[in-house]
Design a binder for this molecule. Sequence first.
Ligand SMILES: [Fe+2]
Length: 213
Amino acid sequence: MTPRLADRLLRAGADVLTLGNHVWRRREIAPYLESSDRIVRPANLSTKAPGRGLVVVEAEDGTPIAVANVQGSLFMNTPVSPFEVLEPLVEEARSRARIVVIDFHGEATSEKVAAARLLDGRVTAVIGTHTHVQTNDARVQPGGTAAITDAGMTGPHDSVIGVKAELAIERMRTGMPVRFEPAGGGVRIEGVLVECDAEGRALSCEPVRVPVP
Ligand SMILES: [Fe+2]
């Protein structure tokens, strides 16, 4: 993410942006993270890293909504376990908003399912991201927390998770460095639509999968 891209996404109608393991790929995002209250990076990075893992924004009707971001630790280079920070993070979020959305950016399905269960009844939604492949498990858990293990990818699906297939395959076949380029075909908007009541209890959780003509 760069400041220019973040501005474009926010201008296009996004209310909050969440990040993940590529947060420091472009250094110039660091001051932006410090100054914007509409972008979060994983809360469980170095305590000395710029930015924040939790923001509270207002919905169109003025309802406060807390959005927090954590990064998984299985198969990822993550300095602090997400389970060290999740509960204090949720406590802080709940002190500021009834509706709380957690983006759990992780590789392993087990961590994301466990986090959703851990937080069932305490947050509105635990939405998994990172794999770029939408999972078939959108649900509302018994305690009223919506969950999906991975919301999928908004981007070109005629690809290897967004990258031109031949380039990704070449890197895998040869083990040599290959410069990745974004693919172009089969663009889809993917995500999840969660409805909730005023207390922040989820009422429904439906996957979104819309082809872009
Ligand atoms: Fe990621």
